[in-house]
Structures are given as structure tokens and as C-alpha cells.
Design a protein. Structure first.
Length: 350
């Protein structure tokens, strides 16, 4: 059995060396859809893993949906396609320009396929060699969709960003590892392209499947490895922009959102905002003592927030400084983007 380490070290190897020349009427058993955006080196690692599946390489295809699109990614996919031309699987390149974001890119991928089964993963994953075989088996057992297992390797003291990314491992349904029948995608309309960031678009599909009464199964043996990508210092600040899409998900599925997604920012965020408002108002009203007390309360809450984020994460000087700095900013950005999302999508959402 091949391992992830062997895949890294030796590259992909096919289960069959027989020549593979797809016919014009070729209809694969399953199409693997991979959205990507301007990171060809990472994409190549993923495609090599997909090409090394134990599934018959003459019976599946890999569709790379380039959300750039850019020439480096196109050249990467063409080179990989040529290298597998004789052995399979078929590797196709689909440029995506009509939409922005992974949701629209995935739609372009599954709609370009003729297969009745669609597998989804992301360009930063490394699927296990048995991933496709096990996922298809679970789908064929009577499910309309299947959620596989995502493994996120972490050290004993990850950064706050790494710990947050590891939440994928406990997700109910994530398109980094999912299998859906074409019939189910056609019935629900697939992904909502209004989710232009990699945030909540997978929950949106999950909720659409649930509302339609379709069966979502779990396949623990369909595994992908999801290493955490390096991130710049202070990345959590820019990530707050994604919270605007919570408003869209809430608008479409309020009951499911309340029961399966956290309802909103912690009350601490509002308390920190209130403390700053009171401090500013007190200064303007000539009440310095109240202003000092309000600022002291704000500082205490900010410090407590920072300490909570540092409980199980790295304690390096750089990371501690990052937690202190971002903890002083995140609450207000989170509230701002949620309110902005509420206005953008026309829903009362705080």
C-alpha cells in the first residue's frame, strides 16, 4: 500500500501501465473536481496523489478548474495531462472566468463532466491512494452524498491560525473531501456562486441536500491529508472578511444555521466594542474617570481574549505579539463584516 510519504518522495504511479486513450464518447465512472487559484506547485502535489489512486485509471478523470485563470496553472495541468496520457487517468483543464471563488469553480467542474458521480477535493489536499475507491463505494451503497475524513497534521503547539484550520477535521461536510451524485447536484442546483470566498459554501450545499431530503453518509476510510499552508503574520485580521457569508447562509437556512453553526460573535466582542464607545463618549462628555474605567475594562477583556487564544497554541514571542495585536482588532472587524453581510444579502443578522 502506498503512503503519503512515498507519494511525496517518489511521485505518483499508476495502477496500470496499459495505454489509455480516451474516446470522444468517454463517460467516466467518477469525475474528481479540483478548484484552484494560482498555486501550481501545490496543485501538482494534489493531482499526483489523485493520479495514484487504486481506482482503475481508465475509469475516472480529474477536472482542474482554474479560478484565475493563469498560464502557470494551465501549463502545470497540461504537463501533468501529457505525463498520464498513456496510463490514465484523463486530466482536464477548465478555465473559470464567469464567476469568482471556489463555489463557482466547482460548478464549472461538475457541469463539464458526464459522470454520474462527482468527487470534490481542494488543491491543498493529498488524497490517500484508496480515497476514490472508498468514497465511491460509500456513495454506491445508497447515499446521495458522502463526507470523507480530513486529517490535519498539527504539532504539539500550533499557531492560532493552524488550530483554526484544523477545524476542518471535525467538519460535518467539507468539500475538501466530498462525493455527490450528479442527480443530487442537479436537484439542488449545486453550489451557490454568491459564496465568493472559501467559507460556508460547503455548508450551503450540505443544507441544500438536507432540505431536499437526500441522504448524506460518512466514509471514514475515504481520507485526505490537509497540511496547513504557511500564513503571513496577522492573517486572522483579513480572515474576518469571510464572516459576511454567514449572513447569506443564515438567510437561506435560518433554522439549520442556528442549530449547526454558531449563532454569532461571542458576547465578549460586543462588550469590548461597548467599552470603547463608553470611553470615547466619556472623554467627549468631560468624564475622565469613567473613560479610564472603560478603557481599563477594554484592556482587561482584550488581554483575556489573547490569553484564551494562547492557551493551547505557540508561545513564541512573535506569536504572542500577534495574538495581542489581532485580539485588539478582531472583535470590531468581525462585527463590521457581519453587519455588512446583513446589508449585502438583505437579512437581519447580528
Amino acid at each position: 500500500m502506498s503512503t503519503y510519504a512515498e507519494l511525496f518522495e517518489h511521485g505518483a504511479s499508476s495502477a496500470s501501465e496499459a495505454a489509455f486513450v480516451p474516446r470522444g464518447d468517454f463517460i467516466p465512472d467518477v469525475s474528481v473536481v479540483v478548484p484552484t487559484y494560482r498555486r501550481p506547485a501545490m496543485l501538482e502535489r494534489c493531482v499526483l496523489a489523485l493520479a495514484a489512486q487504486t481506482y482503475d485509471p481508465s475509469r475516472y478523470e480529474i477536472i482542474v478548474c482554474d479560478d484565475g485563470p493563469d498560464e502557470a496553472t494551465k501549463a502545470c495541468v497540461q504537463r501533468l495531462a501529457q505525463s498520464r496520457a498513456r496510463r490514465g487517468p484523463l486530466i482536464r483543464y477548465v478555465p473559470v472566468s464567469a464567476t469568482q471563488g471556489p463555489a463557482g469553480a466547482r460548478n464549472a467542474g461538475w457541469r463539464a463532466s458526464l459522470a454520474r458521480r462527482i468527487a470534490f477535493t481542494d488543491d491543498d489536499t493529498i488524497p490517500d491512494p484508496h480515497w476514490l475507491e472508498n468514497g465511491v463505494r460509500a456513495l454506491d451503497a445508497g447515499a446521495d452524498a458522502v463526507s470523507g475524513r480530513i486529517v490535519v497534521p498539527l504539532g504539539p503547539r500550533p499557531t492560532d491560525y493552524e488550530r483554526d484550520a484544523a477545524g476542518l477535521a471535525s467538519a460535518e461536510f467539507a468539500t475538501a473531501n466530498a462525493f455527490v451524485t450528479r442527480a443530487a447536484l442537479e436537484r439542488t442546483g449545486g453550489f451557490d456562486a454568491r459564496f465568493t470566498s472559501a467559507w460556508r459554501e460547503d455548508s450551503d450545499l450540505q443544507f441544500a441536500l438536507m432540505r431536499a431530503g437526500l441522504v448524506i453518509a460518512r466514509a471514514e476510510d475515504a481520507t485526505v491529508l490537509h497540511p496547513v499552508r504557511p500564513a503571513r503574520w496577522g492573517v486572522s485580521i483579513s480572515q474576518q472578511k469571510k464572516s459576511q457569508f454567514d449572513a447569506l447562509l443564515f438567510k437561506k437556512y435560518p433554522a439549520l444555521f442556528r442549530t449547526r453553526i454558531r449563532r454569532g460573535p461571542p458576547l465578549l466582542y460586543y462588550a469590548m466594542l461597548a467599552a470603547l464607545v463608553v470611553a470615547a463618549g466619556s472623554v467627549m462628555a468631560g468624564a475622565p474617570r469613567i473613560a479610564v474605567l472603560a478603557l481599563a475594562a477594554w484592556a482587561a477583556m482584550t488581554l483575556w481574549f489573547s490569553m484564551q487564544r494562547l492557551k493551547t497554541t505557540a508561545r513564541t514571542p512573535s506569536h504572542v505579539a500577534e495574538m495581542l495585536w489581532t485580539s485588539a482588532i478582531i472583535p470590531y472587524l468581525s462585527i463590521y463584516w457581519r453587519i455588512r453581510g446583513a446589508f449585502r444579502f438583505g437579512v437581519f443578522f447580528l
